[in-house]
Design a protein around this ligand. Structure first.
Ligand SMILES: *[C@@H]1O[C@H](CO)[C@@H](O)[C@H](O)[C@H]1NC(C)=O
Ligand SMILES: *[C@@H]1O[C@H](CO)[C@@H](O)[C@H](O)[C@H]1NC(C)=O
Ligand SMILES: *[C@@H]1O[C@H](CO)[C@@H](O)[C@H](O)[C@H]1NC(C)=O
Ligand SMILES: *[C@@H]1O[C@H](CO)[C@@H](O)[C@H](O)[C@H]1NC(C)=O
Ligand SMILES: CC(=O)N[C@H]1CO[C@H](CO)[C@@H](O)[C@@H]1O
Length: 388
């Protein structure tokens, strides 16, 4: 946490000693691996490992078919980026905070739920599409979690082992993947692209407040994903057939909004770095990785990047009325949408909104090295505050 030797001009004698053991070509040569004992995740369906399903019921088959072989509370055929993060840190897959049944929180908790926004949503499930567990609520839950884990540890017995140790909160990795639904909520409600852009500062202000609050509650290592290319999602392409397309076939104005959000997010994180000198912040450019996967799918061994693997109809195999894992009436007959494409392992979009396990694994492999991060620091060193 406290080795500041990434700037070569500032190499201290202590770091110099470590040099002997390190790969000189690697700019992060003298940093010790962080050994994160826990992960606390905040976000939406991109990283929900069972939160929304614990509240409202799980998605049905074929969700989960590829890896867990049963619906696992994830909006994918298999694992999510957060699962690959946990695995690479030698931690168990994260349990959802809301999952009260047979759950271990020894190595962290996941506060993310599908449909979550940063800002207070205007309408929530079941009458609306947003999750009631927006970021402020996720932070409230985190405070509850931290406070009550202390009491439970004090009481001892069987439940004590299921909670993180006190020092885990200080040493944990705090991960974030949220914001996509704030942009989509506006765009799906007929706000203009300019109106949605104008709402970004307020969205990011709420984001920043929550990060500061979490750091006041002991968080020191923050790993923050930017938002993906929403204009490449089959359900956006299906619902906005006249939106201008780019060379990859993605809806250009939607991606421009995502990129605008991302550039402001990057600035917000730079400001947080100034405001909280004791914390380490890594901004992770998920957008670029996903966009290059989609625009050069063949090169990476993928196919039909704009076509959902599980869906129905049209150019994008996507429909608002026949959804993956749900009953649908097609040509007057009720069917259950419980099958998927033959090879999810070469596909990018699982259900038109969410990515396949294969795409999530691809994205994780790219981001974990630090190649798409600011600063360029790999996942296992993300506790170090560095400048480069
Ligand atoms: C956490 O515990 C402290 C002290 O025990 C208490 O003052 C505070 O209100 C609690 N906060 C929450 C969110 O439970
Ligand atoms: C958006 O506008 C279209 C066309 O004007 C309309 O059909 C649709 O219901 C509107 N959607 C919302 C969420 O207001
Ligand atoms: C429904 O009807 C259309 C048009 O006849 C046909 O192309 C399509 O395959 C049918 N769908 C199913 C699931 O049978
Ligand atoms: C579209 O979705 C259906 C149902 O999940 C699947 O059987 C089919 O293979 C998909 N089509 C493509 C081109 O992936
Ligand atoms: C619980 C908590 O610490 N909430 C604070 C979050 O940050 C805002 C803005 O700084 C404060 O007003 C809250 O009290």
């Amino acid at each position: 946490m406290d080795c500041y030797c990434i700037k070569r001009s500032a190499i201290s004698s202590f770091c110099f000693l470590l040099l002997a053991f390190a790969d000189i070509l690697n700019p992060t040569f003298a940093l010790r691996s962080c050994k994160f004992p826990a992960i606390f995740n905040f976000g939406d369906s991109n990283s929900d490992t069972g939160g929304l399903p614990a509240a409202f019921g799980p998605p049905n088959r074929p969700y989960g078919n590829t890896y867990f072989h049963t619906p696992s509370g994830r909006y994918s055929d298999g694992r999510l980026i957060i699962d690959f993060i946990a695995k690479s840190l030698n931690l168990p897959y994260l349990s959802a905070y809301l999952n009260s049944l047979g759950t271990s929180f020894t190595h962290g908790a996941n506060f993310a739920t599908g449909g979550s926004t940063i800002r207070l949503p205007s309408s929530v499930i079941p009458s609306g599409i947003s999750s009631p567990f927006f970021l402020d609520v996720q932070f409230q839950q985190f405070m509850q979690f931290k406070n009550r884990s202390k009491l439970i540890r004090k009481q001892g017995g069987v439940f004590a082992k299921l909670m993180p140790k006190e020092e885990y909160f200080r040493n944990a990795l705090y991960t974030f993947d949220i914001g996509q639904n704030d942009l989509e909520a506006g765009l799906l409600h007929n706000m203009s692209f300019e109106e949605v852009k104008a709402s970004v500062p307020e969205i990011l202000n709420r984001f920043s407040v929550n990060i500061k609050n979490i750091s006041n509650w002991g968080g020191r290592s923050f790993w923050i994903h930017n938002t993906g290319p929403i204009g490449c999602l089959p359900y956006i392409l299906t619902n906005f057939p006249s939106a201008e397309r780019d060379n990859a076939g993605c809806a250009k104005p939607f991606n421009e909004v995502a990129q605008y959000f991302n550039s402001r997010l990057k600035e917000t994180i730079a400001q947080l770095r100034n405001d909280i000198p004791s914390a380490a912040f890594t901004y992770v450019d998920i957008y670029s990785v996903k966009y290059s996967l989609i625009s050069q799918a063949q090169k990476y061994g993928f196919e039909l990047p704009l076509v959902a693997c599980c869906g129905y109809g049209g150019k994008y195999n996507n429909s608002n009325t026949a959804r993956c894992g749900s009953p649908a009436i097609i040509n007057g007959t009720q069917i259950f949408m419980d099958s998927s494409c033959d090879q999810p392992s070469v596909r990018v979009s699982w259900d038109g909104v969410h990515y396949t396990e294969a795409a999530n694994k691809f994205t994780f492999d790219q981001i974990s090295t630090g190649g798409f991060s600011d600063p360029h620091i790999p996942l296992n060193l993300a506790c170090h505050r560095t400048t480069n």
